[in-house]
Design a protein around this ligand. Structure first.
Ligand code: URA
Length: 237
């Protein structure tokens, strides 16, 4: 919400008074004086007027998790452990996953309570590269490189996947970079060649690489730089 609206929504100020407070440089957001009426106030922002705290701001939380195979990318599941079960954190119900992985896929998973941040990361327009290490049942040939670069037609959605980069690592292993996150996308791309994916591991999302110190099932909080790198338009926390 814009800061002028935030202020004028308070019972003590009308719109004109709210504007005046900003002009008089009496309003601070996260410790910085704000005079631009368009400045965005979020649930995480601390807003002060002179010495008075108008909103304390709830803590924004961001984690990277090394998802092991055999756990569900969901907040609840009747049968299997979920990625949230791996977190030893308070108020887990407040957290959500930014970009799911299949049950048997391992690797980098981002978890947060900041919907604005996770939407930015996952919306198709952002086109953040997601890099996967892939092992397959059959050999991977050079034809795959061209086909993935040109796009694979998905009849169910009636669309062609965006150009993807494939690097061959061995006869049956490769690194694939895609900028979308369609349902079972990697498996379906290899499925075009009737080649079954037998191991799938997400190494990175945009600038964020899975921390090699994290064993499967372990997680850590993201640093402020990492949070910012993923969403440069976001005001620093
Ligand atoms: N593509 C898939 O097929 N599965 C995943 O888990 C992620 C990408």
């Amino acid at each position: 919400m814009r800061v002028d609206r935030f202020l004028s929504n308070l019972p003590q100020f009308n719109r004109q008074q709210a504007r005046l407070l900003l002009i008089e440089k009496r309003v601070r957001v996260d410790g910085q004086i704000v005079s631009d009426p368009h400045h965005d106030i979020r649930e995480f922002s601390r807003v002060e007027l002179d010495e008075q705290v108008l909103q304390a701001g709830k803590p924004a939380r961001y984690f990277m998790l090394h998802k092991p195979p055999g756990c569900v990318s969901a907040t609840q599941d009747p049968e299997h452990p979920t990625v949230l079960d791996l977190l030893n954190e308070a108020d887990k119900h407040d957290l959500h996953i930014a970009g799911r992985l299949d049950f048997n896929t391992s690797g980098l998973m981002l978890i947060t309570n900041d919907g604005h941040w996770s939407r930015h990361l996952t919306q198709p327009q952002t086109k953040l590269p997601k890099v996967y290490y892939v092992e397959t049942e059959q050999d991977i040939t050079d034809d795959y490189i061209t086909r993935f670069e040109q796009g694979v037609y998905f009849a169910y959605e009636d669309l062609t996947t965006l150009p993807a980069t494939l690097e061959l690592l061995g006869p049956r292993s490769a690194r694939l970079s895609i900028v979308e996150g369609r349902y079972h996308q990697v498996k379906r791309m290899f499925g075009y060649f009737d080649n079954k994916v037998v191991r799938l591991h997400r190494e990175s999302i945009g600038p964020l690489m899975l921390d090699s110190r994290l064993a499967p099932g372990e997680y850590r909080a993201l640093t402020s730089e990492e949070i910012q790198q993923c969403c440069p338009a976001m005001q620093p926390l």
